[in-house]
Design a protein around this ligand. Structure first.
Ligand SMILES: Cc1cc2nc3c(=O)[nH]c(=O)nc-3n(C[C@H](O)[C@H](O)[C@H](O)COP(=O)(O)OP(=O)(O)OC[C@H]3O[C@@H](n4cnc5c(N)ncnc54)[C@H](O)[C@@H]3O)c2cc1C
Length: 560
């Protein structure tokens, strides 16, 4: 018998020309544009906290948890083993670990727990850092963050719920919220026949007792077609009461200690965002309290939608940043045709263009976050916040799918393989553009803001005028935008073009004023001239590619 030879090397060929695993990242120290934007938008006081959090979120072990939470998607457990209806969703332990990290670090409530200048900008920086590892977990974080203005305007429900939502503890137990160390809130608006057009809702609300109107208890019956994070402790929803479409807060458990009638029918099988459960829900005499005036449900719940839109814009910026980091890492180590890919002129053009887009998206998201911080400072500030969230939501979310696809392609074949984070970033990207108002709906909302809030257009234009003189193309494009806003013809047909130009000019204005010359010049030269098609890798000759790439590289690697 031939003796077996001990195996000292794995029986495969040597692996060459493959990048090392990216390993632990420092999402704060490695992102100069983030550090600058945080300081600029008034959130510098949170820098110490963000520094620590950026190191935590960049850890390979955290990315691994995100991978697990998405690979092992949540499962519906509608009944207990004796057939009682329990409407539970079971998650992988990695999901709960990530939820704990998110809550402990203020993703749902930093701004509300540390009120003061820069609080919302700091909250969005937390979101930006978290999102680079995982997005699904952020759905209940976004809704909890966003419900706060609604609860503040409604002291009855607010007094009861706000203290729970400010907690830094994640309590996953399915028990009445009064006995928990922290709580989270979701939102159910969409029905089969009406999503964007919520007035098509058919759910009805009947008074549960003699009292009616704001603060009274109602029983809701109908269906909700998209209910994400259904294990939250309470939900805002819309239903028709006698006086019209109204907003209700439905807790998971009713005040008498029984399970509320929130019947989860099934979980959606989604393109991405797989760690997060999104369900279909039947309501049958489900208990809820009316929030806000009867018949003013859309107005009431819109205060929640606005915060969610800011979350979407920030999450999209983060997806682009992490996609860029992965592309930079791969191309810095992979050689083709005798050169590192990052040294190939055409690849440099693509990478630099991706870097410009990611930095512009971040700058816009954090600038709009600051408008939230300043929204109480007068009509102009409130109007800028109102229109700004819609503008940033539309454009950041619209650019993320194209950006992540292009970044994925920089990795060649391995970018398409599930072991890489790229497919997850790519699949997440289109969602931000759909929920909280799909693209067209958001652009129509920009028109609504222009029409209903006389301060909106002047506030936006004043913001942009601050950058006049910074670049010749900018000045000309700003004059064009003024004319486009003033033109009343065919506004609805032109709403996308108008919103896009507002967004791109706002991004350009921020970069012209605050980013280094190579970044600002290349952004204006590519996006404000006649030749821009929107595809990546078409920056003009004369661009300072090394300057842009060195700024974007996370750890001071050389882009020469
Ligand atoms: C994964 C996931 C999770 C979700 N979670 C939740 C949740 O937790 N709670 C919740 O309430 N909803 C949730 N949604 C639903 C989401 O908010 C809606 O799908 C979205 O608002 C669009 O509504 P709709 O699907 O009914 O599409 P529609 O309203 O039918 O719109 C379809 C298309 O028509 C366009 N459109 C609509 N009106 C106009 C117009 N006047 N002019 C031009 N174009 C128009 C839209 O922009 C869109 O592109 C979720 C969706 C997804 C995908």
């Amino acid at each position: 018998m031939i003796p077996l030879k001990p195996i000292t090397e794995l029986p495969t060929h040597e692996v060459v020309n493959m990048p090392p695993l990216i390993g632990d990242q420092d999402l704060w120290a490695g992102d100069v544009a983030l550090r600058e934007a945080v300081a600029r938008e008034g959130a510098g006081g949170a820098a110490g906290r963000l520094e620590e959090f950026g190191r935590l979120m960049g850890r390979d072990a955290v990315f691994e948890k995100a991978e697990q939470a998405n690979r092992h998607a949540p499962e519906l457990r509608a009944f207990d083993r004796h057939g009682r209806r329990i409407n539970q969703v079971d998650y992988h332990p990695a999901y709960h670990d990530l939820m704990e990290i998110a809550v402990a670090n203020g993703a749902p409530n930093h701004a509300w727990a540390h009120e003061g200048p820069g609080a919302h900008a700091a909250n969005m920086a937390i979101v930006y850092l978290f999102s680079q590892a995982e997005s699904g977990v952020l759905c209940p974080m976004a809704m909890t963050y966003s419900v706060m203005p609604v609860l503040r305007n409604n002291p009855g429900a607010g007094d009861e719920w706000i203290p729970r939502l400010l907690s830094a503890e994640y309590d996953s137990r399915d028990i009445p919220a009064a006995g928990k160390s922290g709580a989270l809130v979701g939102m159910f608006m969409t029905e089969k026949q009406g999503g964007s057009d919520v007035r098509g809702n058919s759910t009805i609300a009947e008074p549960a007792g003699a009292e009616t109107g704001e603060g009274a208890a109602y029983l809701l019956s109908g269906h909700k077609f998209f209910c994400s994070a259904p294990m939250c402790d309470a939900f805002l929803t819309l239903a028709y009461a006698k006086g019209g479409l109204s907003c209700f807060l439905m807790p998971r458990w009713t005040p008498d200690g029984s399970r509320n009638n929130l019947f989860i029918q099934r979980l959606k099988d989604k393109l991405g965002n797989r760690s997060n459960a999104s369900s279909e829900m039947e309501l049958q005499n489900s208990w809820g309290v009316m929030i806000g005036p009867e018949g003013r449900g859309v107005r009431t719940i819109m205060d929640m939608v606005t915060g969610n839109r800011l979350y979407c814009a920030t999450n999209s910026a983060a997806l682009m940043r992490q996609a860029l980091v992965q592309a930079l890492h791969h191309t810095s180590h992979r050689t083709a045709f005798q050169k590192k890919l990052i040294q190939q002129p055409l690849m440099r053009n693509v990478l630099a263009d991706l870097a410009l887009e990611a930095e512009a998206a971040l700058a816009l998201a954090l600038r709009v976050a600051r408008t939230f911080d300043e929204a109480g400072n007068g009509e102009d500030c409130a109007a800028l916040f109102r229109i700004g969230t819609a503008i940033a939501k539309f454009w950041n979310c619209k650019r993320a799918p194209a950006h992540t696809a292009e970044a994925l392609e920089c990795l060649g074949g391995p970018g398409y393989i599930e072991e890489s984070p790229m497919p997850r970033l790519y699949r997440e990207a289109p969602l931000n553009s759909i929920w909280e108002g799909a693209g067209n709906v958001i652009c129509l909302d920009v028109l609504r803001a222009l029409h209903r809030e006389p301060a909106a257009a002047p506030a936006l234009l004043a913001e942009l005028e601050a950058a006049r003189g910074g670049h010749g193309l900018f000045d000309a494009a700003l004059d064009d935008l003024r004319a486009e806003i003033a033109d009343p013809d065919n506004l609805e047909f032109r709403a996308r073009r108008l919103t896009e130009r507002m967004a791109v000019l706002w991004q350009a204005a921020l970069l012209v004023q605050h980013a280094p010359g190579p970044v600002a010049d290349a952004f204006c030269a590519s996006r404000l001239g006649d030749r821009w098609t929107g595809s990546f890798g078409a920056l003009p000759a004369g661009t300072d590619f090394a300057g842009i790439l060195e700024r974007a590289l996370p750890h001071g690697e050389s882009a020469a």
